[in-house]
Design a protein around this ligand. Structure first.
Ligand SMILES: Cc1cc2nc3c(=O)[nH]c(=O)nc-3n(C[C@H](O)[C@H](O)[C@H](O)COP(=O)(O)OP(=O)(O)OC[C@H]3O[C@@H](n4cnc5c(N)ncnc54)[C@H](O)[C@@H]3O)c2cc1C
Length: 389
């Protein structure tokens, strides 16, 4: 949205001016360079500055409870994106904090929430395991009750941001004999607990994520969120938010789908390619060829909800090789196209793979029922003729 075309009220204009000047002061080239080097998508100094200035609390809190108004929230989001504020760890923290408020004890809420707002407490997601992440409910990490506490053993893969966080939102199995969605319990585990080991992993786009091992980690029962064996209830809401299965508002003050932040990187790479291609070949066929990528991208950016998420990730995968091809060797420099090419595969994996999302759309939105993975009928009759059952 282009705010220059909107007449902002004096209060909102002052909010915008203050936000711009705050970001110009704190979102420095050093922050950008550090972020590129670490792959953290988080900067502690910047995050604490947001906390001290009240931005974290105001962004998290509903307008009716004194937080930013819907318009101010939109201004703040777009201004942060414009200067590439690292976003991952605040995203997970804000999401988990809602679950803590809903399912945690008052004692836990008062331990955690003020420090979330000051920036000193950050929280990450511990769902995926080395054996698989698409079906979270098959979780093998065990939590066993021991008096007033629990002993946790297992491993979680891709716990992004764990090395910058104080707590992990950890889904565990507390009843291996129960049906899978009735076997889970959620904990908010302090990451400085003895028995936790965090190992860094760098992905192909330079992002840092983690493999986290839990060996006899003792956690007090006060860190349990929700009821024992009812972790799926606690997990469902944050999962829906991450999956983008939440309707956007009709006032245009919200992203059309999740992953718009990442889509912005695609838009920047396409804009950069447009400038280069127009200069090198003002009336040639490359401009026409670039048009195909632009059209694909615009369609993806306008596609709502869960469909938009699939469209953005798929479009990024499809157009980034073409952008690199159009730009030639210089695409490896600062065009954004080469980075997009490395980033695109991950976009179709984290928070759920493209295949899983397509299945979800087919099953729940289009009402086509569960996918049938059995062999097609012709193959089945061949198999039975060959004595295979
Ligand atoms: C950069 C990055 C950051 C991440 N951050 C986090 C994080 O912070 N916390 C966290 O918990 N996880 C995180 N993840 C994990 C991510 O959510 C999982 O990778 C994802 O859910 C897929 O799980 P998997 O990799 O175990 O693949 P698997 O589930 O093993 O799937 C393997 C393949 O089988 C396909 N498949 C699986 N099930 C189905 C199905 N039902 N229908 C059709 N195809 C299917 C998949 O599409 C995939 O191609 C991150 C991943 C990446 C890459």
């Amino acid at each position: 949205m282009d705010f220059s075309r909107l007449a902002l009220s004096g209060e909102d204009q002052a909010f915008l001016d203050k936000a711009r000047s705050f970001l110009a002061t704190h979102m420095t080239d050093e922050v950008r360079q550090r972020d590129r080097e670490t792959g953290d998508n988080f900067d502690e100094g910047l995050h604490l500055a947001f906390g001290a200035a009240g931005y974290l609390e105001a962004e998290w809190t509903a307008a009716s409870d004194g937080g930013m108004t819907r318009l101010q929230r939109r201004i703040w989001t777009l201004e942060k994106r414009r200067v590439h504020v690292p976003w991952v760890t605040w995203g997970t923290t804000a999401m988990v904090a809602r679950a803590v408020v809903k399912f945690g004890s008052p004692e836990l809420v008062s331990e955690v929430l003020p420090k979330v707002f000051s920036g000193h407490v950050r929280m990450c997601l511990g769902y995926t395991e080395p054996d698989g992440g698409s079906d979270i409910a098959t979780c093998k990490t065990r939590a066993v009750r021991d008096g007033d506490s629990w002993l946790i053993n297992g491993a979680k893969m891709f716990t992004t941001g764990a090395h910058n966080c104080q707590y992990v939102f950890l889904i565990t199995n507390t009843d291996p004999k129960a049906r899978k969605h009735k076997s889970l319990t959620m904990f908010l585990v302090p990451l400085d607990s003895p028995g936790i080991e965090i190992q860094g992993i760098r992905t192909v786009d330079g992002e840092r994520t983690n493999l986290v091992y839990y060996s006899d980690v003792r956690v007090d029962d006060k860190y349990r969120l929700g009821e024992v064996n009812d972790g799926w209830t606690v997990l469902r809401e944050p999962l829906n938010v991450e999956h983008g299965a939440v309707q956007a508002g009709r006032d245009g003050l919200q992203d059309t789908s999740v992953m718009m932040q990442q889509a912005g990187l695609m838009a920047e790479a396409v804009d950069h390619a447009a400038v280069c291609v127009a200069q090198a070949d003002p009336d040639g066929s490359t401009v026409y060829r670039l048009g195909r990528s632009v059209a694909r991208m615009e369609a993806a950016l306008s596609t709502p909800n869960i469909f938009g998420r699939v469209a953005i990730a798929q479009t990024m995968r499809d157009i980034s090789p073409d952008l690199m091809d159009l730009l030639g060797a210089p695409s490896a420099l600062s065009s954004g196209a080469e980075y997009l090419y490395r980033f695109a595969p991950l976009m179709g994996i984290y928070g759920g793979t493209l295949e899983v999302f397509r299945n979800m759309i087919a099953e729940y939105t289009l009402g086509l029922g569960k996918p049938d993975y059995s062999a097609p009928l012709a193959d089945r009759s061949t198999a039975s003729r060959n004595g295979v059952t």
